[in-house]
Design a protein around this ligand. Structure first.
Ligand code: HEC
Ligand code: HEC
Ligand code: HEC
Length: 192
């Protein structure tokens, strides 16, 4: 009698273990490192430079995002890190690097060789790791790009406050309209 009850129970437990390990394993081992960060130079080498497409590269170069890592290499930044109780220079302090490069901790497994953290807050910080969607055949199709890691923010406001918030030691305020106005780089050919 007892055996008949135990077998279905054991099976149920086994199935649960299988489902759980399967799904989390996929997230950590396959999906995440599959798309790699290639760095801003790669995004701009062929596209995203020309006037007709909206010269995203130039707009970004002139924005403070392109200087975000260099900012960490200043005495002012080191002082801020020290005041926060860190014993490392700002440019080597993970908390500071987080918001001044990718918006998350840097995992070397997610970086292509071309990625350069000194380029600061880059295209891929906001648009997702580009190793797959950068290919022209994929890039020209929005759906396919998204399936291959591209992030498009219909509501930028919610996204920006991932970094523009009071966890930043220098935070004063953030107004989406005003801040987006300083970095806007839409493609003029896309009608919304
Ligand atoms: C990954 C973190 C991160 C995200 C996400 C982010 N920013 Fe920033 N932003 C920064 C950092 C860091 C600086 C400061 C760079 C510096 O001065 O070195 C900054 C600076 C700026 C500045 C310059 C402010 C000034 O003092 O003139 C503007 C404008 C700006 N961001 C707009 C935006 C907008 C709009 C969004 C959303 C579409 C956004 N940012 C998303 C990290 C981020
Ligand atoms: C939560 C995200 C976040 C963290 C963490 C963060 N920063 Fe920043 N940092 C920003 C943003 C966003 C700005 C742009 C300021 C603004 O306009 O809001 C900025 C600006 C700066 C500036 C330029 C100040 C100015 O007035 O232009 C310095 C210097 C700086 N951060 C140093 C640091 C140091 C050092 C650390 C680590 C102790 C650090 N940050 C951690 C988001 C962050
Ligand atoms: C701080 C975050 C941030 C950075 C850095 C950034 N973008 Fe964007 N980008 C956005 C947001 C947010 C939008 C959409 C906002 C909107 O249209 O209202 C956008 C829109 C775009 C569009 C237009 C998409 C469309 O359908 O119209 C292109 C193309 C683009 N970005 C390319 C780039 C490239 C290339 C770089 C680097 C040189 C870059 N972006 C850097 C946040 C960013």
């Amino acid at each position: 009698m007892k055996k008949i009850i135990y077998i279905p129970a054991l099976l149920a437990v086994l199935i649960c273990v299988f489902i759980f390990s399967g799904s989390s394993g996929m997230k950590n081992k396959e999906a995440a490192p599959y798309f790699k960060y290639v760095g801003v130079k790669d995004c701009a080498s062929t596209c995203h430079k020309s006037e007709t497409k909206g010269k995203q590269l130039e707009i970004w170069e002139e924005s403070k995002h392109s200087k975000a890592f260099l900012t960490l290499q200043t005495p002012e930044a080191d002082q801020i890190a020290k005041d926060k109780g860190f014993t490392t220079p700002a440019a080597e302090t993970p908390l500071c690097i987080k918001c001044h490069v990718l918006g998350k901790d840097i995992d070397p497994e997610e970086l292509a060789e071309t990625f350069d953290k000194t380029q600061g807050v880059q295209c891929e910080t906001c648009h997702g790791p580009g190793s797959e969607y950068k290919r022209l055949t994929i890039m020209k199709d929005k759906e396919q790009s998204i399936a291959n890691g591209l992030m498009i923010h219909e509501n930028g406001a919610e996204f920006c406050v991932k970094c523009h918030n009071s966890d930043s030691p220098t935070f004063k305020s953030f107004n989406y309209e005003e801040y987006w106005g300083k970095i806007k780089h839409s493609n003029p050919n896309v009608v919304k």
